[in-house]
Ligand binder design. Structure first.
Ligand code: 5RP
Length: 235
């Protein structure tokens, strides 16, 4: 295992062991780092250390939760989630995020907004000074609206690109939608850009998560650091 996989695993295990308590309703984000958190929750359930219910954010996480023996529920049964653990593609010093390279951003944002606490697990490569540099912003859109939304984003100065699974075959989200990966360069005001994009008819959700995160467990090369309210604390 290279250091990145080890860093992701350490961050996820530390987050689960610090944050996940008996009886909680847990939101499960998606991606290769959250995978380690799901596996750790499953391990503790099988060891009879823990009883929780989970709300997965994607079919990927649902299938893994079932495989790991984690009982699942829905927002219909539990509209308020105690704690969501999710990954991120970029994390700025204010704990604002770009998410969605795994394609689950809409359900992830709904879960985040339904949660009392949103905890991020990631490796140190995800830390940035400003969102957007070298990283497109994933935007989930209605397929019908793709030409219109593409033109609007170009007018805003963005460079949208339809995500494909292979040439000519659009990537389809768990909600049956398309994703535009839009380059904006450095995003000076993530809140404003999110609001502007959400005003475009046909935009379902953006991968900008602004002011939603309580803390982030960051897997460094040899340690895990907990990032809370702009302060990096060793754990
Ligand atoms: C999926 C996401 C993921 O959380 C994000 O892409 C990070 O994934 P990984 O842990 O594999 O780097 O937003 O929509």
């Amino acid at each position: 295992m290279d250091w990145v996989e080890d860093a992701k695993r350490r961050a996820a295990v530390e987050a689960v062991n610090s944050e996940v308590k008996d009886g909680l309703i847990i939101g499960l984000g998606s991606g290769s780092t959250v995978k380690y958190a799901i596996e750790e929750i499953g391990r503790r359930i099988r060891g009879a250390e823990l009883r929780v219910l989970s709300v997965p954010s994607s079919y990927q996480s649902l299938l893994l939760a079932v495989k790991c023996g984690i009982p699942t529920t829905t927002l219909h049964e539990h509209p308020t989630v105690d704690l969501t653990i999710d990954g991120a593609d970029q994390i700025d010093p204010n704990l604002n995020l770009i998410k969605g390279m795994g394609g689950a951003l809409t359900r992830e944002k709904i879960l985040a907004a339904s949660s009392r606490k949103l905890i991020i697990v990631a490796d140190e490569r995800k830390l940035v000074d400003h969102l957007g540099g070298g990283q497109p912003l994933p935007i989930e859109i209605l397929p019908f609206a793709e030409p219109f939304v593409t033109a609007k984003i170009r007018e805003m100065g963005g460079k949208p690109c339809l995500r494909e699974i292979r040439a000519g075959a659009p990537y389809i989200t768990d909600n049956g939608n398309f994703i535009l990966d839009a380059g904006f360069g450095i995003i000076e005001n993530p809140k404003k850009l999110n609001e502007e994009l959400k005003m475009i008819p046909g935009v379902v959700e953006t991968g900008l998560f602004v002011g939603m995160v309580q803390s982030a467990y960051i897997g460094m090369r040899t340690s895990v650091k907990k990032l809370v309210c702009n302060k990096l604390k060793s754990t």
